[in-house]
Design a protein around this ligand. Structure first.
Ligand code: BG6
Length: 477
């Protein structure tokens, strides 16, 4: 790998995200031989998990739980480079010393200049802790030669988001800041751009003349899984919708960006978000699964939403009159990340299914996770003596069908991009602000939270929101 030597500092290193995604991401990079040749990883936080050895054991356990079968010959050299030091907003001296010691070792091994050594600072901490941490990093001069990765939620509304940008910008230049949304690291999401702009077939049809509606549907089977206190302070709208689902909408709806470059992609997404009409609370359904209030760290009378379904309109020439439906929730009937583009019915109605009626609409479906694929439902003549229709499917498996495929997991890809200094798949502060503006009417006038049974498709009212019904949980597998 031609990456410069790196010291990675992980705030929140004993937390849920580190265990589920960050250490597995690093491990996968190691498996694929994509880490820098010289690097060190320093976990940090207020409370020490014990000795370095105990911390490594914690990481080892996380790899076993969230990656599965581990190649020890890859994991052990990674684990050897991991240590833990405590730090707090008013005390970063041990952290500073640990970073400098690690840099001394890297310098000796890599025979390079100190100016070649990069610091990757990953803030996986609650929003309330960010300001203190950033202040500490600045006081300890740890912001030098650094790239800072910030995790959502980026504030809780426009005012707090602006305050967060201000805090980050006090210590870091904007080009040092990587606001992460891991959905953009998913291979299949980047494939939306390839599908639309590398194939003469789709882009001419990608507009209101041909498309009737779009669904961005991310039901999860998971409950809040021990993240009760995070969820109580965040809720589903802020956790999933203003972030992941809106970013997917940006990729589906953007105009030709003309380049896969930070400035181009940000401008194209920014133009979509500018054209998105602020949400109408009447067209938003909030739900809460039965049993949520019994989860650890959840209030007995909590009215935090664990489910959201919304209708979104984009007021530009391409998308005027095309509703976008976004839906996501915890404890639902299925776990999927699915984008469905539903095409208008053709005008020629003389071709019918065998028993009359209307055929199912053509839908282009992009599955983003667990067996990523693109499929298009098409109508075809049923083989036989009569001119009757049946449904068929064109299907492309986005891993197995593609030659030379070498897929990266989302966090693996995005950690690599941070080390390469590439912000194309990261979020700008303007996008964050605009997405809060779009959601503000719902924050001001929260819809009532309606109960739904765990393992269901959410409250009844959400079923009726989508014109023609939702694809998932409805007529299709
Ligand atoms: C996270 C949310 O950002 O994304 C979680 O905080 C959610 O609530 C998760 O479960 C879903 O991510 P993925 O990669 O499993 O689709």
């Amino acid at each position: 790998s031609d990456l410069s030597p790196h010291v990675l500092v992980l705030f929140g290193a004993t937390g849920d995200l580190a265990a589920r995604k960050l250490f597995p991401g690093l491990y996968r990079l190691a498996v694929d031989d994509r880490l820098p040749q010289h690097y060190a990883v320093i976990g940090t936080g207020r409370h020490s998990p014990g000795s370095d050895e105990e911390f490594r054991q914690h990481v080892r356990d996380a790899l076993h739980e969230f990656v599965g079968d581990i190649d020890e010959s890859v994991a052990e050299p990674l684990l050897e480079r991991i240590c833990f030091v405590t730090s707090a907003e008013d005390d970063g001296s041990d952290l500073r010393k640990a970073v400098e010691d690690a840099e001394d070792r890297l310098l000796a091994d890599a025979h390079c200049l100190l100016s070649d050594v990069r610091r990757l600072l990953y803030l996986s901490v609650p929003p309330s802790a960010v300001q203190g941490m950033v202040g500490m990093l600045e006081r300890e001069d740890l912001d030098d030669r650094a790239r800072l990765v910030a995790e959502k939620p980026f504030g809780t509304d426009l005012a707090s988001a602006r305050e967060l940008h201000r805090v980050l910008n006090e210590a870091f230049e904007e080009h040092q800041i990587f606001r992460i949304d891991h959905f953009l690291g998913k291979e299949a999401v980047q494939n939306i751009l390839a599908l639309r702009f590398a194939n003469g077939l789709f882009e001419p049809a990608w507009n209101r003349h041909t498309i009737e509606s779009v669904q961005i549907d991310v039901p999860e089977k998971l409950t809040v899984e021990g993240r009760g206190s995070f969820y109580e302070g965040t809720g589903c709208l802020r956790d999933m919708v203003t972030t992941h689902l809106c970013q997917l909408l940006g990729f589906v709806a953007l105009e030709d960006p003309h380049a896969f470059r930070e400035s181009a992609i940000r401008a194209a997404k920014g133009a979509v978000f500018s054209a998105v009409r602020p949400l109408d609370p009447e067209r938003v359904v909030f739900g809460q699964y039965d049993g949520y209030r019994d989860e650890p760290d959840v209030a007995d009378d909590s009215d935090v939403e664990t489910f959201v379904a919304i209708e979104v309109w984009i007021d530009n020439d391409r998308w005027r009159d095309v509703p976008f439906y976004l839906r996501t929730g915890k404890a639902m009937a299925d776990g999927r990340r699915t984008i469905t583009v539903r095409f208008r019915d053709p005008r020629h109605r003389w071709l019918k299914p065998e028993h009359g009626g209307q055929p199912e609409p053509n839908e282009l479906v992009i599955e983003l996770a667990d067996d990523p694929r693109i499929a298009i439902d098409v109508r075809a003549k049923r083989p036989g003596p009569d001119m009757a229709l049946v449904e068929g499917v064109f299907r492309l498996d986005l891993v197995g069908d593609l030659p030379g495929s070498d897929p990266l997991e989302a966090y693996e890809r995005l950690l690599l991009d941070v080390m390469r200094g590439d912000r194309t798949l990261f979020i700008s502060s303007d996008e964050v602000d605009r997405l809060w503006e779009i959601c503000q009417p719902v924050l001001d006038r929260r819809p009532p939270v309606q109960p739904y049974p765990a393992g269901s498709w959410g409250p009844e009212a959400a079923q009726e929101l989508a014109l023609g019904g939702w694809r998932l949980g409805n007529h299709a597998p």
